[in-house]
Design a protein around this ligand. Structure first.
Ligand code: SAJ
Length: 415
């Protein structure tokens, strides 16, 4: 049985590990968090993703998945640790470097390493450089020759493209880009991914793969920024932005995204900076989009504060805290930023309604002015109702009740 070592058991690594362990591979998963390792080994995922609990439980029970703090010798290494940015928006690749150091001792000729993490252009070459330094007995860079075959290892960037909430489906169904450090590496990675991916496997070089993945997330950021800017224009011209976008999207070649309270999640808020940092003069639109989307929560908070000022002792129900629909994932959540801003501004008493959370996050939990309540309580008690996240749970809110309140709908859900 082919042995796979997955480094980083987070939002991408754990679903990958679970999927592979249920597809005929033996998977050794590695994470530097003891609690994560223990939770997985007890048969439970530490993250919420539809279907993941069943996969992890089955894999642990049938012995095809085990989690540990350190890597072991394997046939394929999949790096799925996070890439970061600093407070000044500079790339921080420390987790990737640590992962490479951790596997270096175990590498053997014939091994394949794939990098799933979204990274700045040139990172795959950097990894090859680090490995060459750490393991001078192995060959990774040069185009493989028959003479070097017994020393060769293979490296490819295969950026993940899955949407949180649909990860298990998209891991199998989406087309994948495979950027080999050389042609044979790309081919080896393609053969490996063919074993569990149903979508097309598109071969290219590592730099093209890196920039393609960044471009995909920039596309979404820029398009959402356009939608947010259109909402400012619509306010100015007295037009409904929701109707405008709906009508415009009837054009066969127009696909404007939706405005909202801002852009959250760990990917779109970070990835454009990898391009802006490397090529500031060539990424004017990308930077502007990031700024438009980044400022959006401040704008929404200011509007809420203005409306709240019309009430004596206003009670504000904020519907949703997650970074997007149907998740309680708070990473870079614009809804959370808005609630925090309202607290700083003393805008009123805040009732948070978040059906995906059992308690408030630490940053809000100690505040007297903020309380987690259920939807019914929130709707009844509030003077102002602020729709921040388009969760399914908010779909059937009684419109008659909304008419009696001040409402700000940042997602166009109450139309
Ligand atoms: N949002 C809007 N308006 C829209 C669409 C989204 O305001 O029209 C907001 C969401 O509410 C959320 C944020 O944007 O706050 C990001 O949500 P998302 O669903 O667009 O993306 P993520 O961050 O969950 O996942 C993205 C995906 N990238 C693309 O769709 C191009 C996913 O495919 C990537 O794999 C993932 O980033 C990643 O890891 O890079």
């Amino acid at each position: 049985m082919e042995k796979i070592c997955v480094i980083g058991l987070g939002y991408i690594g754990l679903p990958m590990a679970g999927l592979l362990a249920n597809t005929g591979f033996y998977v050794h998963g590695v994470d530097n968090n003891v609690k994560v390792v223990e939770t997985i080994n007890s048969g439970h995922p530490h993250i919420q993703e539809p279907g993941l609990d069943i996969l992890v439980k089955a894999a642990i029970q049938n012995g095809n998945l085990a989690a540990a703090l350190q890597p072991v010798p394997a046939d394929v290494y999949i790096i799925a640790v996070p890439s970061l940015i600093t407070a000044n928006h500079l790339p921080d690749l420390k987790h990737i470097q640590e992962a490479v150091h951790a596997i270096a001792d175990h590498l053997a000729p014939g091994n394949l390493i794939t990098l799933e993490t979204t990274v700045p252009v040139g990172t795959t070459e950097k990894i090859a450089g680090w490995i060459s330094e750490l393991r001078r007995d192995l060959i990774i860079f040069q185009p493989p020759t028959p003479a070097a075959a017994e020393k060769q290892i293979f490296l490819a960037h295969c950026p993940e493209r899955v949407l949180p909430g649909q990860i298990l489906k998209e891991l199998v169904e989406n087309d994948r880009i495979i950027g080999g450090i050389n042609q044979l590496s790309g081919k080896k990675a393609q053969i490996f991914y063919q074993k569990f991916v149903g979508g097309s496997l598109l071969l290219t070089d590592a730099r093209t793969a890196e920039l393609t993945k960044l471009a995909e997330n920039c596309f979404r950021d820029v398009n959402i920024a356009l939608a947010n800017e259109l909402s400012y224009l619509c306010d100015k011209f007295g037009v409904s932005v929701w109707e405008l976008i709906k009508l415009a999207n009837h054009h066969p070649r127009v696909n404007i995204h939706q405005p909202g309270p801002g852009v959250g999640g760990q990917c779109i808020t970070k990835d454009p900076w990898f391009i802006i940092d490397a090529a500031p003069d060539e990424s004017i639109i990308i930077r502007t989009a990031r700024e438009v989307n980044n400022n959006r929560p401040n704008y929404v908070a200011a509007r809420i504060k203005e409306t709240a000022a019309g009430f004596k002792d206003p009670v504000i129900a904020c519907l949703g805290l997650g970074y997007k629909a149907d998740t309680g994932d708070l990473r870079e959540s614009p809804a959370l930023k808005i609630v925090q801003q309202l607290v700083r501004d003393n805008a009123g008493k805040i009732l948070v309604v978040e059906p995906h959370l059992e308690s408030l996050p630490e940053c809000l939990a100690h505040l007297h002015s903020v309380q987690l309540v259920n939807l019914k309580e929130g709707l009844q008690q509030a003077d102002l109702i602020i729709l921040l996240v388009n969760h399914n749970a908010f779909k059937n809110i009684d419109h008659e009740l909304l008419k009696k309140k001040a409402v700000i709908d940042t997602r166009g859900m109450f139309l």
